[in-house]
Ligand binder design. Structure first.
Ligand code: C2E
Ligand code: CA
Ligand code: CA
Ligand code: CA
Length: 275
């Protein structure tokens, strides 16, 4: 048994080393991803539920690794967050997406833009000034931009969140609480936050038509949002039945594969904008 134990230990160790090496490789490659033009943004449209009309897009980062192919954000965002690469990467996303949106606005398409901010990015000193600087530089109106932070990021240090959201709101930038329902928001905190939107997490939307508990949770979130006069968005909508349920309960905006997957700017243009 002792020997077995040792072997297991050694295996485990070996495994850990491979994992660590792999990670270091990924980390080094990520360091050069911006300069090598390996990062791209996909855009997922947001739809108004009553009129089949695109109201805006969410920017979602992709990493086109030369050997590994497309690396999903869930694999490299946490690494970038740990080694602080998320700061330049996040700024690249914001700048690139704003420039793209400016181009669409200039062509007469008044869409809104949503950009995801990580915990570290949101806690960066002077973040609201930095966002405003980039908007001014590009010439995009602040009220077209919505920053998405997850519920857990928002609830971590509520005093900081309130202060930062106030500063952003003063400049005209909107804030949305992403993955709503997965964290544990205190309702009194939620009331204090100057936010304009709640995005209902995909995990609740998935089973609304088959699971009574999920249906009840989504209904409750929608009532809460309506009470607080927030724009409500359901993410991960994949079936017409989900659309019908959500529309019935007064959810005004939806996102999901049923309408469109995240696509390149070119694809978005040819599918949804007539140039
Ligand atoms: P998120 O912000 O909750 O984004 C929604 C995710 O759900 C996206 O995955 C999107 O492709 C996927 N999705 C949308 N509709 C559907 C659907 O109908 N069904 C299913 N199964 N999935 C759907 P993606 O692009 O892989 O992004 C994953 C997460 O990575 C995002 O979750 C976000 O937290 C993070 N992320 C992506 N881009 C950025 C970025 O630029 N900055 C930061 N900080 N995080 C990002
Ligand atoms: Ca999001
Ligand atoms: Ca989300
Ligand atoms: Ca989510």
């Amino acid at each position: 048994a002792a020997l077995e134990h040792r072997n297991t230990y050694r295996f485990y160790n070996h495994d850990m080393n491979t994992k660590a090496l792999e990670r270091i490789g990924l980390e080094n490659a990520l360091r050069h991803a911006i300069d090598k033009n390996e990062l791209i943004i996909h855009y997922q449209p947001k739809f108004q539920s009553c009129m089949n009309k695109v109201t805006g897009v969410e920017a979602l980062i992709r990493w086109q690794h030369p050997e590994r192919g497309m690396v999903p954000p869930m694999e490299f965002i946490p690494i970038a967050e740990e080694n602080q690469l998320i700061i330049p990467i996040g700024e690249w996303v914001l700048r690139t997406a704003c420039m793209q949106m400016k181009e669409w606005h200039d062509a007469g398409h008044r869409l809104s833009l949503s950009v995801n901010f990580s915990a570290l990015q949101f806690r960066q000193l002077g973040v609201s000034d930095r966002v405003y600087e980039i908007l001014s530089e590009i010439g995009l109106e602040p009220n077209c931009l919505t920053i998405e932070i997850t519920e857990s990021v928002a609830m971590k240090d509520v005093n900081y969140t309130v202060k930062t959201l106030n500063a952003l709101q003063e400049k005209g930038v909107k804030v949305s609480i992403d993955d709503f329902g997965t964290g544990y928001s205190s309702l009194s905190y939620l009331k204090r936050l100057p936010i304009s939107e709640l995005k209902i997490d995909r995990s609740f939307v998935r089973d609304i038509t088959t699971d009574q508990d999920d249906a009840a949770i989504v209904e409750m979130i929608l009532v809460l949002g309506q009470t607080l006069k927030l724009n409500m968005v359901a993410e991960g909508v994949e079936t017409p039945e989900q659309v019908e349920f959500l529309r019935d309960k007064g959810c005004l905006e939806m996102q999901g594969y049923l309408f469109s997957k995240p696509i390149t700017a070119e694809e978005f243009q040819s599918k949804f904008l007539q140039f």
